[in-house]
Design a protein around this ligand. Structure first.
Ligand code: COA
Length: 244
């Protein structure tokens, strides 16, 4: 795999670790990071050795402080930006991965930092994590699906308040709102993510992926359609098991 500049990718015992690695800029999401994430997520999707992914941020202060404001201020024209998004739809790629993904977050988790985490399946935060969507103050709305993924995760009222006011929340409130599954001490963050990964990996990978698919696809369906999907995936899983 290519040498990355702003992320680190490591693989160990079936877990793929993606580290956002621009600690000097609080891991702000820039175009280079978008391209590298796009590439690594494609590789992860196609790599049978990777069963689960853990996403976290390098350095002491942040998981990710949102979009890189220096690039934001020199943004290309909306047409070029839209073309680039279409060619490198990193958010679509996040959501196309049927393997479980865990976000392990510390420090600042802002803007696209939250949006990246919302594309993951399990979200862990350390006690020092602070979450916010500064977009309204910048005169924009979240560009990476946050206006859709946040209300689907924490409900309409809480999402609208955060999206419209830009109010930051701490780790404990994030847990109460169900933005994160669990809050742990800073030193326990990665070990806890690893523990969850080990537990998930102890189950047949196909069953885990079918469960993820059933939930993710089912959320956009009516209950009746969702139940049908559950049956269909269950049957497919049984027939694949028999043919193995
Ligand atoms: N884009 C580019 N650089 C960023 C950044 C961003 N989103 N967030 C932080 N940085 C850089 C700072 O410019 C600074 O660089 P410097 O050391 O070369 O001056 C470095 O990261 C450290 O940030 P600093 O502001 O000194 O840390 P802090 O602890 O005082 O404040 C924040 C942290 C997160 C409150 C503050 O950096 C901030 O408000 N960042 C912007 C958040 C934002 O609006 N993101 C966009 C969302 S759409």
């Amino acid at each position: 795999m290519a040498n990355f500049e702003v992320i680190i990718y490591e693989k160990k015992d079936g877990t793929g670790y993606i580290t956002l690695n621009r600690p000097q800029a609080l891991n702000a999401y820039n175009l280079k990071m978008r391209d590298e994430l796009y590439e690594v997520l494609g590789a992860i999707r196609d790599d049978p050795e990777v069963e689960i992914v853990i996403l976290h941020g390098a350095g002491e202060k942040a998981f990710c402080a949102g979009a890189d404001l220096t690039e934001f201020l020199t943004a290309p024209s909306p047409i070029i930006a839209r073309q680039a998004r279409w060619e490198r739809d990193v958010w679509g790629r996040f959501l196309s991965i049927d393997k479980p993904m865990i976000a392990a977050m510390h420090g600042y988790v802002l803007g696209s930092g939250i949006e990246m985490a919302l594309c993951c399946d399990v979200r862990l935060a350390s006690e020092d994590a602070r979450f916010g969507l500064p977009e309204p103050g910048l005169g924009i709305i979240p560009a990476a699906g946050g206006s859709q993924t946040l209300p689907r995760t924490i409900g309409r009222a809480a999402a609208l308040e955060i999206l419209m006011s830009g109010r930051w929340i701490n780790a404990e409130e994030a847990r109460r709102l169900k933005l994160v599954n669990r809050v742990v001490s800073r030193s326990a963050l990665l070990p806890e993510a690893d523990k969850i990964a080990v537990k998930i990996k102890s189950h047949p990978a196909l069953a885990v992926r079918c469960a993820k698919q059933a939930v993710m696809r089912g959320l956009g369906l009516t209950l009746v359609q969702g139940l049908e999907l559950g049956v269909e995936l269950g049957l497919r899983l049984m027939s694949l098991d028999k043919n193995e």
